[in-house]
Design a protein around this ligand. Structure first.
Ligand code: AMP
Length: 287
């Protein structure tokens, strides 16, 4: 394990396991924050939540090739390890796990984890193979680290539900904590991909969250769900978004909701130029 300033770096599974075993052997709780780097305040909120509940915080930094489609931005994905380490250090992260691709997927690697149900539809429909890549890498990270808890953002709500299902189904002994979405002051959800937005697109981008909020309010008031969603899509298209989906789903199993009767989630994905934005908010029936 290499010290990098105050913060330590583990590049191998065995170095990670050694550090975690030492801490847990002393009765210290360990929190894991999986990331793909390009660290922003959203990731740091996860680290802060981990810090609040655990004596030790591990962040992983791994741009997982398996969760990118062939036409997606794997090679262009923003990478800045020095800045990421500095941000993690300020957030009180003890160790950063930075496995090379060959450490995660050694020659002959042949296993995939596929979670049905919650992985289908929404981003699962628009990004074939994405959630299989996510479930495979998250299962590996959880088993490599075996933390007490792992922290995931509600920003990627479908991913959070996939991870919850995976952990229950495979009896992985780790508590999964969801952390609310961190937003810019104009409402835009923080994302590593926001750097792709042009100045003009950046001005348009917060409309996605405004449309989600307006649609949620109208659905809670009893508005017809399909009609409200159609109008939301029209507003986004009118502003220049190419809309992949705007859908109301059950908050837990993500099945489609036609009439609001229990906790639900409104989820959207829309493209502005070459940037694909996703966002979601809770929609609860009144009372
Ligand atoms: P990523 O590096 O994009 O794979 O994200 C790593 C983790 O940070 C995931 O659990 C994301 O859901 C979470 N995350 C990303 N953006 C935000 C945000 N704006 N607010 C809260 N969590 C976030």
């Amino acid at each position: 394990m290499m010290p990098k300033g105050e913060i330590k770096e583990a590049r191998t599974v065995s170095a990670l396991r050694q550090a975690v075993a030492g801490w847990r052997g002393r009765g210290e709780r360990v929190g894991l924050v999986p990331t793909m780097g390009a660290i922003h305040a959203g990731h740091l909120a996860l680290a802060g939540a981990a810090r609040g509940q655990c004596e030790r915080v591990v962040a992983s930094l791994f741009v997982n090739p398996k969760q990118f489609g062939p036409a997606e931005d794997f090679t262009a994905y923003p990478r800045d390890e020095a800045a990421d380490f500095a941000a993690f250090e300020k957030a009180g992260v003890d160790l950063v796990f930075t496995p090379p691709v060959a450490e995660m997927y050694p020659p002959g690697f042949a296993t995939a984890v596929r979670v049905s149900g919650v992985s289908e539809g929404l981003d699962g429909a628009f990004r074939p193979g994405h959630f299989e890549g996510v479930a495979t890498v998250v299962a590996k990270l959880l088993l490599q680290c075996l933390p007490d808890a792992a922290y995931f953002g509600e920003k990627d709500y479908q991913q959070l539900m996939v991870v919850r299902r995976l952990v229950r189904d495979l009896d992985i002994p780790v508590r999964i904590e969801g952390v609310p979405t961190v937003r810019e002051t104009d409402g835009l959800a923080l994302s590593s991909r926001n750097v792709y937005l042009s100045a003009e697109e950046r001005r348009t981008a917060p409309l996605l969250y405004r449309v989600l909020c307006d649609a949620a309010a109208r659905i809670i008031e009893g508005g017809d769900v399909a009609g409200v969603l159609d109008q939301g899509v029209a507003v986004l298209r009118g502003a220049g978004f190419a809309v992949d989906y705007l859908e109301l789903r059950d908050a837990v199993d993500l099945t489609p909701v036609e009439r609001l009767a229990g906790p639900a989630r409104l989820l959207a994905a829309a493209r502005l130029g070459r940037t694909r934005l996703i966002d979601n908010i809770a929609v609860a029936p009144p009372g």
